[in-house]
Design a protein around this ligand. Structure first.
Ligand code: GDP
Ligand code: MN
Length: 379
C-alpha cells in the first residue's frame, strides 16, 4: 500500500526523522488555518499518490493567507496524471541550500536491503540513474546484521554530501532504516532530503510503500486503508475472498493456481489479446468460488470474453465442471466464456459440460486454442 506524502511524513516523524511543521486541509479555509498554524511562508502541496507534483503545478509557495487561498483554490480539484486532488498538505516553507535523495528498498535478487543516496536530489532518481549513475551511492544491508551508524557515516561521505550535512544525514539515515525495517516498508524514500542554509538536514517529501504482508502487525495501518482509493473491482473481489488483480484489457481470466493464472495472461498476450485481470481461484474451484469469480469479472464493463483455464491436479475437473454449471445457473453472464479443462478427470468433466456448450459457453482442447478463441471473441 502506498501512502500519501502527509501520511509518509507522519510515519517518518514516529521514527524521529525531522519534517516541517504542517497539517492537512480539504478546503481553502482549512488550508489557510493550517498555514496560520504552521507560520508563513508556507508550501501548499497536492496530496496524490503520484510523483512529479512540483512540475505539474501541485506544489506552490505562499507568503501570506491570500496566496494560500489562491494556490489552494487552484490545486484542489487539479488533475495530476489522472489523479484528482482532494486533499492538501500545508507546511512551513524551508529555505533550501541543497537537495539530496535518500531511500531504502528491497533488493530481491540479492536478498538484501538496498540504500540509495545522492547529492543530486530534487529531480527524479530515474533521471539521475540515466544521466549520472555515479552520483548515486548504493549500500547493501544484510537484514540480519542491520545498519550501523559507521556504515551510514562512510555512506554519506561516499555520496559526497556536503561536509556540514554529513553528521545529521548519517543519523537521519539510521532512523530511515529503522523506519523501513520496523515500520515494515517496501520503500521509504526522501526526495528531496534538504540541507538548509542554517545547516539543518530534514525531509521535504516522503514516499512510503508499506508491505501489505505485514498488515497483521500494524493495527494502526487501518487509517491508511480508509483513505485508499481502491479499484472497485478489487474491492468486490476482496469481499469475496478472491485473489484478484484488476488490469486494463478485455479478456477476463479465471485460472486455478497463481502460476497457471500468470501463464494464462502470457498466452492471452502472446496471441494478441489483453487481460482484464489476474484471478487465481486456487485449489477449491467449487460452484461458490466459480460463481464469485464470474460475478467479479462480469461486473467489469471492459470485459468482452472470459477465459476459464483449469488444470486439475488435486482439484478434479469433473468437480470444476459441476461448479461451472452451477455457477452459470446462478450468475447472469454477459460475455461469452471459453473453457479449457485438463488434468485429473478431464474426460468426465468435459462430458458433464458437453450438453451445456453453446455460443456463449465454448470449450477448446488446449490452452493456446482457448486463448485464441477468447481473444477472437473479445474482438
Ligand atoms: P514532487 O514533485 O511530487 O516530488 O514534490 P516535492 O515534495 O518533492 O516538491 C517538489 C519540489 O518543490 C522540491 O524538489 C522543492 O524544490 C520544492 N519545494 C518543496 N517544498 C519546498 C519548501 O518548503 N521550500 C522551497 N523553497 N521549495 C520547496
Ligand atoms: Mn519529491
Amino acid at each position: 500500500m502506498d501512502l500519501y506524502e502527509y501520511q509518509g511524513k507522519q510515519y517518518f516523524a514516529r521514527f524521529g526523522i525531522p519534517i516541517s511543521a504542517g497539517g492537512v486541509a480539504d478546503t481553502v479555509d482549512e488550508a489557510v488555518a493550517q498555514a496560520d498554524a504552521a507560520g508563513y511562508p508556507v508550501v501548499v502541496k497536492a496530496q496524490v499518490k503520484v510523483g512529479g507534483r512540483g512540475k505539474a503545478g501541485g506544489v506552490k509557495l505562499a507568503k501570506d493567507a491570500d496566496e494560500v487561498r489562491l494556490h489552494a483554490g487552484n490545486i484542489l480539484g487539479l488533475d495530476i496524471k489522472g489523479h484528482v486532488v482532494h486533499r492538501l498538505w500545508v507546511e512551513h516553507a524551508s529555505d533550501i541550500a541543497k537537495e539530496y535523495y535518500a531511500s531504502f528498498t528491497l533488493d530481491r535478487p540479492n536478498k538484501l536491503h538496498l540504500g540509495m543516496l545522492s547529492a543530486e536530489g530534487g529531480v527524479e532518481i530515474e533521471e539521475v540513474a540515466e544521466t549520472n549513475p555515479d552520483a548515486i551511492a548504493m549500500v547493501h544491508v544484510d537484514p540480519v546484521k542491520g545498519f550501523a551508524e559507521g556504515t551510514a557515516r562512510e555512506w554519506v561521505a561516499r555520496a559526497n554530501l556536503d561536509e556540514e550535512a554529513r553528521e545529521q544525514a548519517a543519523a537521519l539515515l539510521v532512523k530511515l532504516y529503522t523506519c523501513y525495517v520496523e515500520g515494515d516498508c517496501d520503500l521509504a524514500e526522501i526526495n528531496p532530503l534538504i540541507l538548509t542554509p542554517d545547516g539543518r538536514v530534514h525531509a521535504l517529501d516522503a514516499k512510503v510503500t508499506l508491505d501489505d504482508n505485514a498488515t497483521f502487525r500494524h493495527p494502526e495501518w487501518e487509517e491508511y486503508a480508509a483513505t485508499e482509493t481502491e479499484d472497485p473491482r478489487e474491492r468486490m473481489a476482496k469481499e469475496k475472498g478472491l485473489n484478484y488483480i484488476g488490469l486494463s484489457g478485455t479478456v477476463g481470466i479465471i485460472a486455478n493456481g497463481a502460476g497457471l493464472a500468470m501463464s494464462t495472461l502470457d498466452v492471452v498476450t502472446q496471441v494478441g489479446g489483453t487481460a482484464a485481470n489476474f484471478l487465481d481461484i486456487g485449489g477449491g474451484a467449487n460452484a461458490d468460488v466459480m460463481a464469485a469469480a464470474l460475478e467479479v469479472i462480469n461486473a467489469d464493463p471492459a470485459v468482452k470474453s472470459i477465459f476459464v483455464n483449469i488444470f486439475g491436479g488435486i482439484t478434479r475437473v469433473d468437480e470444476v465442471a459441476k461448479g461451472v454449471i452451477e455457477a452459470l445457473a446462478r450468475v447472469d453472464i454477459t460475455s461469452p466464456i471459453v473453457l479449457r479443462l485438463d488434468g485429473t478427470n478431464a474426460e468426465q468433466g468435459r462430458a458433464l459440460l458437453a450438453p451445456h456448450l453453446s455460443d456463449t459457453l465454448q470449450a477448446e482442447p488446449t490452452m493456446l486454442d482457448a486463448a485464441r478463441r477468447a481473444v477472437a471473441l473479445a474482438g
